[in-house]
Write a new protein. Structure first.
Lengths: 253, 366
């Protein structure tokens, strides 16, 4: 039964992707699948205008990942290692943006920090607010782990300073959690539409916005080809998430 | 030596002359408003092993963590090899720590685990490699040097943790429940193995355990804690023979300690309801004040003679132990233990008599 449900779920996700691929490789999809024959021309047409947009989205996602580690790492450490009413409250507050509609979050950000919009910094900060809960969700349990804390205590008793303990014990122990956080944040930022649509200036769109624009104004075949290129960029990240999760239970008994 | 109470605080300043080995003076540790350890004093000489024992929550692990510098000391002082280390960070104490789960670093090989402390201390590579080799040989791990911890058994991981702690040549070695994580079938052999390895070291060793047998076999002295306080600190033999109170007798040996007095050649106990001829008892001097009667599981027998020396008791529980049946009986307000043959016919009440020479009358020195 479980296997059937798994296969149905996979089919539910894969079939639209295959349909998009068929549209992207059809000369004229209005005549049906591969109507007018099979072609890769739509990919050739899709790539030149999409390339800078993909580059911009990759840069934004990379920056959001770095900021997540810089802000989320210490925050996760504080929440995990100093349990109190304040840290619990912080944990709840960080999750609030998940429950707020993207349009409300975007309007609030644009209204409060209009001066940050032209440079694109507001988009990055918007993504940071939106992705931080996922970083904390991955890192806090790893940092709060009793086994890790005992290992750190032993390392300190053996003569290791704080930096060495962090580098040789804490980071290796949290590597799976860090990988999960990084890949998840990257994927979320790369594919994020709501905040990007409202916060980002239209002249410098991100990839999801460009796809929306293509589907609205261009031929279906061209938009489908752009979608497949987008998927090709995000697929390795999603694969890394799966591999990281598979490694997660492989701890020392 | 008998040390039933905490030793008064000594001057904890760095200039005070401190003995070699490990000293814990009037140690108090608090977690918020809860006092986990209160005025505990003990000492461990170099090459000596002291076992800290007590029921769960008695403060024994907290004592160990305070000595290691992992929890702040509220009052008192910790000295090691003549130094006051109370305020030192764990990294500067020269203490080897083996926690209950061994904390073998999962992403490092056995050899890298053992060499971790030496690398952290900047030991030159040739010396480090030599020391790791020595430790691998001492702990019989040479063939497993490149293995990962998840490829080791519990006993092997324990030896890795021990080798790692000893590699830095610490002044003190702290072991927290060293055998608790192992299967009961393995503990006997590994206990003997651990004792042999500890005997080969020169550092002061403090073992925390809740297992009486472990404490009796590994410790040259035993510190018994209850509710954060030191109850008795003495050699295993003295604790066994002359417990300071009923708690020590019960916890360490499963024995019963009854207040008694001697009158007309009889030991009188249980509010005068039981009179035992002193001639039936082993009489030993005690350093703890009053006359008391020490009863172990083999001290009593069930008798058919309801004479004056017999005690009538109600059977509350019986437990088959293989070679016999252990009865728990109630005499007045006291519960006593008595072992009978497996085929003995036992009713709801029994008459108890002392097995000659098996019960001990503890009598203060004149």
């Amino acid at each position: 039964m479980t296997r059937l449900i798994t296969r149905l779920t996979c089919a539910f996700v894969v079939i639209p992707l295959l349909a998009t691929l068929v549209a992207a490789t059809s000369v004229d999809f209005s005549q049906g699948p591969w109507g007018g024959g099979l072609t890769l021309d739509w990919f050739a047409h899709a790539w030149p205008p999409l390339a800078p947009v993909i580059g911009r989205s990759l840069a934004v996602a990379a920056l959001v990942v770095v900021l997540n580690l810089a802000v989320g790492g210490p925050l996760a450490w504080w929440v995990a290692r100093h349990p109190s009413v304040l840290t619990r409250l912080t944990g709840y507050l960080v999750n609030v943006p998940l429950a707020v509609p993207g349009i409300a979050l975007s309007v609030a950000l644009v209204g409060t920090y209009p001066m940050l919009r032209p440079s694109g910094l507001l988009l990055v900060l918007g993504h940071l607010v939106f992705t931080l809960p996922f970083t904390l969700a991955a890192l806090v349990p790893a940092l709060a782990d009793d086994e890790l804390r005992t290992n750190e205590s032993v390392a300190r008793s053996l003569g290791a300073g704080a930096v060495r303990v962090l580098r040789t014990i804490t980071v290796p122990a949290c590597l799976v959690a860090v990988t999960q956080a990084v890949t998840m944040v990257f994927a979320l930022s790369f594919g994020e539409f709501n905040v990007s649509f409202f916060v980002n200036p239209p002249a410098t769109p991100t990839a999801p916005f460009a796809l929306f624009d293509s589907y609205s104004t261009q031929r279906l075949e061209l938009a489908s080809a752009q979608s497949m290129i987008f998927v090709a960029f995000v697929a390795p990240v999603l694969t890394a998430i799966v591999l990281a999760r598979r490694r997660a239970p492989g701890r020392t008994p | 030596m008998s040390t039933p109470a905490a030793v008064p605080t000594t001057d904890p300043t760095p200039t005070a002359v401190r003995p070699a080995g490990l000293t814990v003076d009037d140690l108090t540790v608090r977690y918020g408003s809860t006092t986990a350890v209160e005025h505990v004093s003990l000492d461990v000489a170099p090459a000596e092993t002291v076992a800290v024992i007590g029921p769960s929550g008695c403060g024994k692990s907290t004592t160990l963590r305070a000595v290691a510098g992992l929890v702040p000391v509220a009052e008192g002082a910790v000295g090691l090899a003549g130094r006051d280390i109370t305020g030192l960070s764990p990294a500067r104490r020269d203490i080897g720590l083996v926690p209950q789960n061994y904390a073998v670093f999962p992403h490092m090989s056995v050899a890298a685990n053992i060499g971790y402390g030496l690398r952290a201390r900047g030991t030159a590579t040739p010396r480090r490699e030599e020391r790791v080799r020595e430790m691998l040989e001492l702990t019989h791990l040479s063939d497993l040097a490149e293995r990962r911890p998840d490829q080791l058994s519990g006993g092997q991981r324990q030896r890795v943790a021990l080798a790692r702690a000893l590699a830095i040549q610490p002044d003190a070695l702290l072991l927290d429940e060293p055998l608790a994580a192992l299967d009961p079938q393995l503990r006997g052999g590994l206990r003997r193995e651990l004792a042999a390895m500890l005997a080969a070291t020169e550092c002061a060793t403090l073992i925390v355990t809740h297992d009486q047998r472990e404490a009796l076999s590994l410790g040259s002295r035993i510190a018994l804690l209850r509710d954060g306080r030191l109850v008795q600190f003495d050699t295993p033999q003295r604790l066994w023979d002359d417990p300071v109170d009923a708690f020590v007798a019960d916890f360490l040996a499963g024995a019963v300690l009854l207040d008694a007095e001697v009158a007309d050649g009889h030991a009188v106990t249980l509010d005068g309801r039981w009179r035992i001829p002193v001639g039936d008892l082993a009489v030993r001097p005690t350093g703890h004040g009053a006359v008391r009667l020490l009863l172990r599981h083999d001290s009593l027998t069930v008798t058919d003679d309801a004479d004056a020396a017999a005690l009538l008791a109600e059977v509350t529980h019986s437990e088959f132990t293989g070679d016999g049946v252990h009865l728990t009986v109630r005499a007045g307000e006291r519960l006593l233990g008595v072992r009978v043959p497996p085929d003995a016919r036992i009713g709801r009440s029994v008459s108890l008599a002392v097995a000659p020479g098996r019960a001990t009358l503890l009598s203060p020195r004149a």
